[in-house]
Design a protein around this ligand. Structure first.
Ligand SMILES: Cc1ncc(C[n+]2csc(CCOP(=O)(O)OP(=O)(O)O)c2C)c(N)n1
Ligand SMILES: [Mg+2]
Length: 802
């Protein structure tokens, strides 16, 4: 790869032309989508034009000059038209997709790793998350390299283009703290300091707060305030007064003058600092247009300043660039405080077209209206370092054992089983064991990862001994930090957990090195990081989430920690297969499946066996419990293992005259088993359905129905087959330590009556017995529900249970 001399005047001239072209293409994309294409269906394109224009120069400098193939970027959501325009010039985006911007299968409103086709590194959209993603991706890059993988590739810089109001999102500051703890490197955040958000002009002097804050956490802070024109004018006679004026100009006034233009600048400046001498001459030497150009020449719109600032970086410390910009720069609503959803009118667009020298019907021509010869521009684009080979990676799959072995105690909880399984894996030398990376937000011990960490150690770029060990103080935990460690300990911030999982789970694409990430947390705190979890799934990061303890079963742990909604999250979250096993042998099967499933990436139709998108893969959520329950001694047959993965199996098959089926999920298994036993005398052929994944059962059922509606009459999902022989008058009592809606839909499969038991309220502490009784998920509740469904004969044991 040839490296151009940075900022040669020739390059600057070309970049200046490309900058104009990028702004034109982005503006035309928005205009086209709004006024030409979607004008009939009322699809308004808000929040893009002004918001993206403030990043035109910064992104031109980055993509056409600064970036290298190994660099990875999270682009501020509303800068997507600028991003797509740049990719269009680089030959990676099609005209059709730009014409369909925000339309069906067109270029996406916000850059999307999964839905866009033009090489998006990180999706953005929910502000703040993409920013933190770059930080955690830097840590993951360090993790990968510390383990000796991918050393043949150069280190990349992880770069976020950050809106200034985006910095209001707390998750950004949570991540900064974590970055500091882990010795963050190779991370640049470029703040688009346009001093506007969606609704408002931001507070005065915010930059100074940011400066102190970032510096406090070890970041270099580079303030890019004035462009080369303004800096030049400050050196002229009278320039000091001009600098003083602009330095103390309030954001609101500056924005208003930007909007009003040259005449307003002149009047205000002459009124306030005109001296009949040097300052007046400095102002009067310029036409209105020149004065406007000068006064809006902020560093964030000045290519020479930007290229110089980015090119000067000769270290790997994290850097926060605060680049002064103007929202809507070079567009008619520049600076106006209401411009967030501003769109150019057709008349304004015609003026803009004329200024850009674009002929009608040539709007999409790459070099239309530019003054440099097309061949020269094309040669420049062909040689842009960023698009050189080596950007995209496909990491190989890591071999997964067909089954995982673990010693199952007579009584055991799924959480203990999880700890034991990982301990077993950690004991052995295998590729999968080496590629597993665990992480937890300060609940490593209480989610049972302790034994694994004892074996595999904590990760840190530098070795740090366990003083307790060197001082020979007995401790259950032997926790040494080293570059070889395989557990990343996080502070208590669930957003950080999910964004780190997102970064770890994309390592195969970002670093070309596959990791098997496992994150643990308490189940209720999934909700604390839910948007970040959703974000990780949206960009198809692959990881295993182990949430424990869960439900009200964690009884004495405290009412505040009880989780009700998470099983429904498990069903509803796209890209996440949720399981809630009751027994440790089930968990072993599911974990082995998960190791493989998170590595699959075939774009494909649903598998014909269970109507799930199993070839496509995804992430996995295991909802576990601390409740020790009696384990079933049984041989794990391939059929049983398959059914466990598919979501359910008959623990007791219902007979032909069955009146009641109990369908349970998770930790309430003993109550379900006991209830079935107690009902046996008074109800015929009672069935007991063990549900290991309400999510997969439900998804398979929905997919099968859709397939039948498309004409595939023979299609049956797993749950349809399981319930096919249950007599129609039979009732189903479903039970889960979570919201009853989790299994209530079972009745719709073949029209059976269902009485769904579960938890709708929370907060009461006590023993498991107390709590189950309190919330109505105990044995008695099951029997009473069964009696209610089929009341013809009383169930004698019901009275005993009262
Ligand atoms: C989590 C989240 N909340 C709200 C929004 C809606 N939203 C989109 S952009 C924006 C303001 C962004 O301001 P800033 O980051 O300064 O970018 P600018 O518009 O100035 O370019 C808001 C509130 C969002 N995208 N994500
Ligand atoms: Mg802003």
């Amino acid at each position: 790869m040839t490296r151009r001399t940075p900022s040669s005047s020739d390059e600057l001239r070309i970049l200046g032309e490309l900058e104009k072209k990028v702004l034109w293409l982005a503006s035309w994309t928005i205009h086209n989508a709004n006024h030409l294409r979607h004008n009939t269906d009322g699809l308004k394109v808000g929040g893009h034009q002004a918001s993206s224009a403030s990043l035109t120069s910064i992104m031109t400098a980055l993509y056409f000059s600064t970036l290298r193939p190994q660099d990875r970027v999270a682009v501020k959501p509303h800068a997507s038209p600028i991003y797509h325009a740049i990719q269009y010039l680089l030959g990676q985006q099609s005209r059709e997709k730009l014409e369909d911007f925000r339309g069906y299968k067109g270029a996406q409103s916000y850059p999307s790793r999964t839905k866009d086709t033009d090489d998006v590194d990180f999706s953005t959209g929910s502000v703040g998350l993409g920013v933190a993603q770059t930080l955690f991706s830097s840590l993951v890059q360090d993790y990968v390299r510390a383990h000796g993988w991918g050393m043949e590739r150069p280190e990349g810089r992880m770069i976020a283009l950050v809106g200034d109001a985006e910095l209001d999102e707390g998750n950004i500051f949570e991540s900064i703290l974590e970055g500091w703890k882990h010795g963050l490197r190779n991370c640049w955040w470029i703040v688009d300091y346009n001093r506007q958000s969606l609704d408002a002009v931001i507070r005065e002097g915010l930059w100074a707060r940011y400066e102190k804050l970032f510096a406090a956490f070890g970041w270099d802070v580079v303030i890019l305030k004035y462009g080369s024109l303004l800096e030049g004018s400050f050196r002229e006679p009278g320039g000091d007064a001009l600098r003083h004026w602009i330095d103390s100009c309030p954001n609101q006034l500056y924005s208003a003058l930007v909007f009003q233009g040259g005449g307003a600048w002149r009047k205000r400046l002459l009124d306030e600092i005109g001296d009949g001498g040097a300052v007046t001459r400095l102002i009067e030497a310029r036409t209105d247009a020149e004065l406007h150009r000068l006064m809006t020449n902020l560093a964030g719109h000045d290519l020479p300043t930007l290229i110089d600032a980015f090119g000067k970086v000769d270290h790997d410390r994290p850097i926060c660039f605060i680049a002064y910009t103007i929202k809507g720069f070079a567009l008619p609503f520049a600076g106006h405080k209401d411009n967030h959803a501003g769109l150019m009118t057709p008349a304004q667009m015609e003026i803009f077209r004329a200024a850009m020298n674009i002929r009608p019907a040539h709007e999409w021509d790459a070099f239309e209206g530019l003054t440099i010869a097309p061949a020269k521009l094309q040669a420049f684009l062909d040689d842009v370092p960023f698009t050189a080979a080596g950007r995209r990676h496909r990491a190989k799959r890591i071999a997964v054992p067909a089954e995982l072995t673990v010693t199952i105690q007579p009584e055991m909880s799924t959480q203990a089983g999880f700890g034991a399984l990982l301990n077993e894996i950690g004991r052995e030398t295998s590729e999968i064991a080496d590629r597993i990376v665990t992480t937890s937000p300060d609940v490593t011990v209480s989610t049972n990862l302790g034994a694994w960490v004892n074996r595999r150690g904590l990760f840190a770029r530098e070795k740090l001994a366990d003083i307790f060990k060197s001082e020979r103080i007995p401790s259950t935990f032997n926790w040494e930090f080293s570059p070889r460690g395989q557990h990343i300990e996080l502070g208590i911030a669930e957003m950080n957990l999910f964004i780190l999982l997102s970064a770890l789970g994309l390592s195969h694409a970002i670093n070309g090195e596959r990791l098997i990430p496992i994150g643990t947390l308490y189940d209720p705190f999934i909700q604390r990081g839910l948007d970040a979890l959703n974000y990780a799934c949206y960009q198809d990061a692959r990881f295993i989430l182990v949430a424990t303890p869960s439900g009200v079963t964690l009884a004495p742990e405290g009412g505040a920690h009880q989780s009700i909604a998470t099983p429904l999250i498990g069903i509803a979250q796209d890209g996440l297969a949720a399981f809630e096993p009751a027994f440790v042998d089930e968990l072993a099967v599911i974990l082995a499946f998960a190791f493989d499933y998170i590595q699959r990436d075939a774009a494909g139709d649903p598998s014909e066996r269970n109507w799930l998108r199993d070839e496509t893969g995804g992430s996995v959520y295991l909802r576990l419990s601390t409740r020790p329950i009696e384990q079933i001694k049984r041989a794990m047959t391939p059929e049983l293992a398959q059914a466990i993965v598919d979501g359910a199996y008959w623990l007791r098959k219902p007979g032909p005259n069955c009146q009641v089926v109990v369908a349970y999920a998770g930790a309430v298994a003993p109550e379900a088993i006991q209830a079935v036993g107690l009902m046996a005398e008074d109800r015929r052929d009672v069935g007991l359905l063990a549900v290991t994944s309400a999510d997969r059962l439900n998804a398979g059922w929905t997919a099968a129905q859709r397939a039948r509606e498309r004409g595939l009459a023979q299609v049956r999902s797993h749950i349809e087959r399981l319930l096919a022989d249950v007599p129609s008058q039979c009732g189903i009592v479903s039970i889960v330590d979570g919201h009853p809606a989790t299994l209530a839909w079972l009745g719709a499969v073949h029209g059976h009556r269902v009485r769904p038991l579960g938890v709708e309220h929370f907060g009461q502490t006590g023993s498991i017995g107390d709590i189950y009784r309190h919330y109505g998920i105990d044995t008695r509740a099951i029997v009473a529900a069964a009696q209610g469904l089929a009341p013809e004969r009383p169930i004698r044991h019901l009275r005993m249970l009262s």
